[in-house]
Write a protein that binds this ligand. Structure first.
Ligand code: SF4
Ligand code: SF4
Length: 122
């Protein structure tokens, strides 16, 4: 079961996870055209090999190790990770729309500094 990026990435997006991922399954990378506009990064569910390297690399604890371990408040971002495909404008737009919906429906979480947000996940 793939790893999942959640909302502390919003407002952080430092790509530390990209640098340690052995299979290049986290996008967009800084050298991809979608990077500047992306609200957060996404893990390709079929390419992730569940190695776990990204979890300690993330400075804001945004990454969970499975769909099951992803907190209820973050479940809406699982399909965003699932659909995002670098270079596919429609897929990128769909993923970003899911993130927008998540942000709009969780003003409480978004008001928390990204460094503290994971501790408020429920
Ligand atoms: S668990 Fe490993 S393969 Fe999957 S996204 Fe993280 S670093 Fe990449
Ligand atoms: S390391 Fe964490 S905050 Fe940084 S880009 Fe990856 S998921 Fe986002």
């Amino acid at each position: 079961m793939p790893f999942v990026i959640t909302d502390p990435c919003i407002g952080t997006k430092d790509t530390a996870c990209v640098d340690v991922c052995p299979v290049d399954c986290i996008h967009p990378r800084k050298d991809e055209p979608e990077f500047e506009a992306a609200t957060m990064l996404y893990i390709h569910p079929e390419e992730c090999i569940d190695c776990g390297a990204c979890v300690p690399a993330c400075p804001v604890a945004a990454i969970y190790d499975s769909h099951d371990s992803t907190p209820a408040s973050q479940k809406g971002l699982i399909p965003a990770n699932d659909v995002y495909r670098a270079g596919d404008a429609d897929a990128v737009a769909r993923a970003e729309e899911m993130v927008r919906a998540h942000v709009e429906s969780h003003p409480d979480l978004m008001a928390i500094d990204p460094k503290e947000r994971a501790s408020a996940h429920g």
